[in-house]
Structures are given as structure tokens and as C-alpha cells.
Design a protein around this ligand. Sequence first.
Ligand SMILES: Cc1ncc(COP(=O)(O)O)c(C=O)c1O
Length: 374
Amino acid sequence: MTANHQINRPQPNPGVMDIEAYVPGKATAHPGIAKVYKLSSNESPFGASPQAIEAMRDVAGRMHLYPDGRATKLREAIAETHGLNVSNIVAFNGSGEALALLARIYLQPGAEAIITEHGFLTYKIYIQMTGATAVTVKEKDERADVDAILAAVTDRTRAIFIANPNNPTGTYLPFDEVRRLHAGLPRHVLLVLDAAYGEFVRRNDYEAGVELVAGNENVVMTRTFSKVHGLGGARIGWCYAPGHIVDAVERVRDPFNVTATAIEAGTAAMRDRAHVTMSVDHNIRWLEWLTEQLSQLGLRVTPSVGNFLLMHFPAGERSKGRHRADKADEYLLARGFILRRVTAYGFPNALRMTVGTEEANRGVVQALTEFLKD
Ligand SMILES: Cc1ncc(COP(=O)(O)O)c(C=O)c1O
């Protein structure tokens, strides 16, 4: 026995304490602010479909019963809505659970998984948790660079995680680029296409991943109810995957990973297409308006197809530090607008803003107009 207390208690696996915990968006503004606009977590400005809320209420009296472990009703609603094969769909406690499980199933110490420079941060956590190495590849114009990714593939590469569209940049890879990426990968490398924001994209050259999953053994698409469906608090995600991957996932996931309330709310939300269309229409309109207005204020805006955008503040000389992102963040917080700092994503002088209600969007532009004036 050793006297060293450090080893007289349970020790996390090697690497766990090197992981930087994910920091969610702030939920509160300065104390005393009458009205707060939370634009920090890409949540829906409309909330969930009223039908989803009603369905959740209805199930409250049956909380003593375990949920259907296969979430059949929810998976059927997804399959019918998206025209998919129900047996290739798995439901999860948020798409984060899907991403983490895929990492645990396909990665191990000594393996490598590729992520991109400004990619969604939790991928790195999921990869490191398995003891594998996260290999970060440079982006080009704040967008995943297919050639750079392919050049980073080694004989240790086991997976690639890409958000398409990406958070926090809002940029996307057109389908022909995703196809080119897939075509260049060895068949044992898993390509994970995270389409958390897929519903918001109305571009002819975008495809969330269904086609690639359907025709290949090494592609998985993940989706979420947290964004367009306004159900972030309910924790519902799903993946579309080839049969052999579904088989592996089914062996290790928690048998009741999706709650009874989530199954009912998610099913109703998926079937309420009017709510989805209304949310996407609103987003398209205000994303364009915000991009235009913020650009006119002299801020560079990364072209986004998500329900958020990244605005870059003037650097150095021009503003003598007065108009830095951290100062803008403080200024906005003092007026009730909570945006997201993105330093951890490699953007120390930018803020990410979720497209909000008309009132919130106009309010942010007004506040930034004043902030940038002097
Ligand atoms: C790109 C991306 N993937 C996945 C998620 C996680 O979503 P969920 O709430 O389904 O776990 C988010 C949430 O912000 C995201 O931005």
C-alpha cells in the first residue's frame, strides 16, 4: 500500500483529465435586465410544436411505466416523414449520445479520428474519451477542406466527424464534395455526417447524408430534435445507419435511452410539418436580413445556412481594441442579448448569434449599431 492519496482513490482512465469540458452557451444575462433574449445555443425562437407539448402532457400520468425501449412510434414517424427505412433508424437521448456511442464503438487507444479546425467541439471529447487521438485538420475559408481531410487519413484512421452544416461557422459542404470525401476514404473508415442543422438548408446542392448511408457500409447520418423542432430540453436525436452499424449500436446503447416524454413529444413534433416549415421560413428570411444588416455595420459575417451566424469584429488598429468581440459580448449582455463567445472554436474575435424572433434580431442590430458608433 502506498501513502500517496492520489492512487488511494479511483483513477480516471488515462487522458480523461486532459479533456477540456464542453462549455454550453450562457443562459442568463446581467442581473436586473427585464427582458432576456437567449441567442447562445441555436434553440428555436418558437419553442416546440404545440402538439408536442400537448403530447408530453398526456404522457405525464404514465411515468411509472418504462418507455418502449425501441422508440418504435418515434422511429416510424421519422421514417415516414423522411422516407427512410425504419430498421436503419436508431433513436437517442440527443444526437450527442449517438455521436459518443459511435466513437466508443469504432475507436480505441492507438486509433485516430479526424475532425476539422472549427468543427463542433464535442467530437473531440467523444474521441479522446475512447483513448483515440483526435486529428484536427485545417479548414479553407471557414469550411471543411476535403483535400486536407483526405491527406490526413493514415492507416490508423478509423472515423471522420463532420457537421454539415457546421457549428459555429454555418458553412456547408455541397453534396458533390461530401461524395468526393467519401470516395477517397478506405472502406473501413467511418464517415459520420452530423446534420443537426440539416432542416434549415434550402440549397439544391445540399444533401444531409441519406443517399450516402443508403448506398454504403461506412456512413452514418446523425440528426437532432434540439434545433428546428425546438426540443433541446427533451433530449432527442437519431441516426440513419447501415444495418451492421445499427446492430452494433443496439448491443451497447442504454436499453431505455429515450424517455417516454421524448418519444411522445418527438413523434408529434416530427409529424407537425407546418411548425417545421414556419420555423425554416422564418430562419431563411431573418438569416438573410441579419447577414445584410451586420455586414452593413462593417462586421464580416461568415455565410451561413444554419439557424445562426458568425460575426467577426474589427481587429487591431482600426478599432484600437474598443470593438473587440469580448467588449461587444459585454455590451449586448448588459442589454439582455446573450450571444456565444467562440474563442474555443478558434475565433477569439467573433460572436455566434442564433437567429431569434424579429424583436431579438432587430434588437441585436440596434445594439451593435450603437456599440460600433464610437
Ligand atoms: C453540430 C451539432 N451537432 C450536435 C449537436 C447536439 O445536439 P443534441 O442536442 O441532439 O445532443 C449540436 C448542438 O448544438 C450541434 O451544434
